[in-house]
Design a protein around this ligand. Structure first.
Ligand SMILES: [Zn+2]
Length: 496
């Protein structure tokens, strides 16, 4: 192994959400200047990939739906899938976990292991959750004596993330790289709809929304979706110098597929795609080092449900996961046939901290929730989720006034990969793709943290589940602030 040497291209920025973009640049602190490669590794491009089993314990709550049944059966084991790239000077790593959403504290713990145990600069690791709705909870951080304490499962996850990065790093070998995108609009549907029936628009705060999340399928009340879809499956393909597939990392703005029986643990279509794509690319069984990876794009308002059509036939468990993963894998494999691989591309990374204000209930909302407890209240007049939201709002009221999130932008040649620690709306991802200074770009959501939904300010005005206080927890213009920072980071690494 090479002498342990950290070469940092990352510049660290701290932003405050109230500042203008121009003022933000003034907050650049502690920049580490790029260091020239000291040896013959310069201009040698290497890649390594690994997948590590999380080894999910039974009995833990499965999260992703309104109830949280205990895990009673593992249909397919949850994994961390990792890709490490090195251009002779800079390493980048992606560590993608089968989970619905992982708090920043868990990723920070993994980052400490990675810093201590590998040559990959910890700030150059993009860690994210796939958003499978049939994994177990990693959310329950406890506070003991003012200190945050990770649960046993959170500690296990942090360990497995670092293990995956270390294993992928050990597998680094000379490689070539290509990337591309292909449209598959048939599997992504905006789930927020304008509807003509007011009964579908009640919210748990005693008010009426303008749009409805997951409206009844095929209903006559459906008017039109409230936002766009992003049909693109983006992907990065890595091969050995003798043309053997090593890894394929894809990105699709599809929330998840589902159709998993209650109590089953499954990594949803993310894993089904990851397992299928290798075979289609010609990774032979003996080539056990190939790793497929599906990351979540910007899918906070997207589902795999054809809302406009009546549900004609019900699907068997796992049937839709199988069908969707077949389609996505076939599309990506076909697109890979025309790729031009490059022997070397420059890598770069930048990250920033952004402080956002937390939303707090106003006096009117507090009065409304208090009124629900008054005697004689007709239960039929109370929204079925009012109790849940009164608790969520109370947590926000008693919680901190602000939170600080981590944002990243990676450069891989003229491709940029950005990360956001929220469930991001498709329109935000489309906007970032369009405004990125790079020829190609995509965004991985639920990366480096999990802070709930991130509607745009315009979507906030429409209401609906994703905008409800408690589902959304940060200032209403957070998506704009986040995009500004990511584009500023992109400009910076584009000039490196
Ligand atoms: Zn979800």
């Amino acid at each position: 192994m090479r002498a342990k040497q950290r070469i940092q291209m990352t510049r660290r920025l701290t932003f405050y959400a109230g500042l203008s973009a121009a003022a933000m640049i003034g907050f650049m602190i502690g920049g580490n200047q790029p260091v020239a490669a000291a040896d013959s590794d310069a201009k040698l491009f290497r890649a390594g990939a690994a997948k590590v089993e999380i080894k999910t314990p039974m009995g833990m709550p499965i999260v992703g739906n309104w109830d949280s049944p205990p895990a009673t059966h593992i249909h397919d084991e949850l994994h961390v899938r990792c890709l490490v790239l090195n251009d002779g000077q800079t390493s980048l790593a992606f560590a993608i976990c089968d989970n619905v959403g992982i708090p920043r504290e868990v990723f920070d713990a993994a980052r400490k292991f990675i810093q201590a145990e590998t040559n990959v600069a910890a700030e150059n690791v993009l860690m994210s959750a796939t958003h499978t709705h049939s994994g177990v909870s990693a959310r329950e951080t406890r506070v003991v004596d003012g200190q945050q304490v990770l649960s046993a499962y959170q500690q296990l996850l942090a360990r497995r993330i670092a293990d995956a990065v270390a294993k992928a790093e050990q597998r680094l070998q000379p490689a070539k790289i290509a990337w591309g995108g292909v449209d598959l609009p048939s599997e992504v549907h905006n789930r927020r709809w304008y509807v003509s029936d007011d009964k579908l628009l009640a919210n748990p705060f005693g008010g009426v929304d303008k749009v409805r999340m997951n409206p009844p399928r095929g209903s006559d009340a459906l008017m039109k979706p409230a936002g766009p879809i992003d049909p693109e499956v983006s992907f990065i393909s890595v091969q050995s110098v003798d043309n053997k597939p090593l890894a394929l990392l894809a990105n699709y703005s599809l929330h998840y597929v589902g159709g998993v029986p209650k109590g089953d643990v499954s990594a949803d279509y993310f894993a089904a795609f990851s397992e299928k794509i290798g075979g289609l690319l010609g990774a032979s069984d003996s080539n056990s080092e190939f790793v497929g990876i599906m990351t979540n794009g910007t899918s906070g308002d997207i589902n795999n449900i054809r809302f406009a059509e009546k549900n004609s036939s019900s699907s068997e468990p796992y049937q839709r996961i199988d069908e969707v993963s077949d389609l996505v894998a076939a599309k990506v494999a076909a697109a890979c046939e025309s790729l031009d691989y490059q022997d070397w591309v420059p890598l770069g990374a930048a990250h920033a901290e952004l402080t956002l204000a937390m939303r707090k209930p106003d006096a009117q909302m507090q009065r409304y929730f208090a009124s629900l407890l008054e005697p004689g209240r007709d239960p039929a007049s109370i929204h079925r989720h009012a109790k849940t939201y009164s608790q969520r709002v109370k947590r926000l009221q008693e919680g901190p006034d602000e939170t600080t999130i981590l944002l990243q932008a990676f450069r891989i040649g003229d491709l940029s990969v950005m990360s956001i620690p929220f469930e991001v709306f498709a329109e935000t991802g489309l906007d970032l793709k369009q405004r990125s200074p790079f020829a190609d770009a995509f965004t991985i959501e639920l990366a480096n943290g999990s802070y709930g939904y991130l509607p745009t300010p315009a979507q906030h005005k429409l209401g609906g589940y994703e905008t409800w206080m408690g589902t959304n927890r940060v200032q209403r213009d957070a998506s704009d602030k986040i995009s500004d920072v990511l584009l500023s980071l992109s400009q910076q690494i584009n000039q490196q």
